[in-house]
Design a protein around this ligand. Structure first.
Ligand SMILES: NC(=O)c1ccc[n+]([C@@H]2O[C@H](COP(=O)([O-])OP(=O)(O)OC[C@H]3O[C@@H](n4cnc5c(N)ncnc54)[C@H](OP(=O)(O)O)[C@@H]3O)[C@@H](O)[C@H]2O)c1
Length: 290
């Protein structure tokens, strides 16, 4: 079994998590909509993740919608004391599966309560406000109103910590004037490196950076360099992609998503991998900032 502690840990506010966690988005049906094809396997993946030492699960009530949180509750409730469940608000799903902004005060309050109900919690460990000015990537826009609503819910004790997702460096800086931002969750991987500078900045400040789509998401990473390095090190390309992220910066926390126990085992085994400097340099050549 992988020894996850080898990859180190990091603080999310006053909560400590191992750097290798798990993203639950793949547990809903195709297109992150409706029930999964294999609910029993989804439950088995979650239970094995926690039994293997995972103490950081990323989710949202808009996965399914509701489905992923309900599966997490069925699989893991009552939760281990050290399990940190990070969720996100700011979107709702249309009947056609579309992802739509939901930033009104009422929508945010409803989203927090839906997460509490479906996860079976009295308070949420970390809630990321997911910016939706452009669903596909960060663009500037004012987050003061929705963040203030979340900060009020935090004061009421319903939310322990707040993070931001799909945001720019300026939105992080502005957000900090309203409340403590414990993590930033943006798209980032070997091939998609727009956030290189932001990662350095957050590392200096001791803030976690949690890349979504660490394996490429809906378009899995493909690169001959990645395959060559993986072949040489007797790892899979996906393992190398995760090991590169672990070594890229100490404030990076991994939440690779999978609906399969076999892939889960491969992903968690990366805790034992320390990529050599020449492999890092070669892999660095794959992506470019911007
Ligand atoms: N804040 C946001 O806007 C946002 C957006 C997207 C995602 N997220 C979060 O980030 C997490 C990670 O992103 P993601 O799940 O979308 O994408 P990802 O982790 O980059 O990739 C998931 C894909 O890779 C496959 N996979 C996983 N492990 C593998 C392995 N060892 N070998 C081969 N294929 C493997 C999965 O298929 P199998 O199921 O077959 O393994 C799935 O198709 C999500 O689960 C979610 O919690 C957040």
């Amino acid at each position: 079994m992988a020894t996850l502690t080898k990859a180190g840990s990091f603080e999310l506010g006053n909560l400590t998590v191992k750097r290798l966690g798990y993203g639950a988005m793949q547990l809903a049906g195709p297109g992150v909509f409706g029930p999964p094809k294999d609910r029993a396997e989804a439950i088995a993946v979650l239970r094995e993740a926690v039994e293997s030492g995972v103490d950081h699960i990323d989710t949202s009530d808009f996965y399914g919608p509701h489905v992923t949180n309900q599966i997490i509750r069925e699989a893991l409730h009552p939760y281990a004391d050290d399990l940190v469940i990070v969720t996100k608000v700011g979107a709702v799903r249309g009947d056609d599966g579309s992802w739509n902004p939901a930033f009104s005060k009422e929508a945010l309050i409803r989203a927090v309560h839906d997460n509490l109900t479906n996860l079976g919690l009295d308070a949420l460990d970390v809630v990321n406000l997911r910016a939706m000015f452009d669903v596909h990537g960060p663009v500037e826009g004012d987050l003061e109103e929705p963040l203030t609503v979340l900060a009020e819910l935090q004061q009421q004790g319903l939310v322990k910590h707040i993070g931001l997702s799909n945001v720019t460096a300026r939105q992080v800086a502005d957000g900090r004037k309203i409340t403590e931002i414990v993590c930033v969750q943006n798209q980032y991987n070997l091939a998609h490196r727009s956030d290189d500078a932001l990662i350095e900045e957050l590392a200096t400040e001791g803030t976690a950076y949690v890349p979504f789509f660490p394996l490429g998401g809906f378009s899995p990473l493909q690169s001959s360099t990645l395959s060559d390095v993986a072949g040489r090190l007797d790892l899979t390309p996906m393992q190398v992609a995760l090991a590169w992220l672990l070594k890229r910066s100490p404030n990076i926390l991994l939440i690779p998503g999978t609906s399969s126990r076999i892939h889960l085992r491969q992903n968690l085994a990366v805790a034992d991998v320390d990529l050599p400097a020449d492999a890092m340099a070669e892999l660095d050549g794959i992506g470019s900032a911007g």
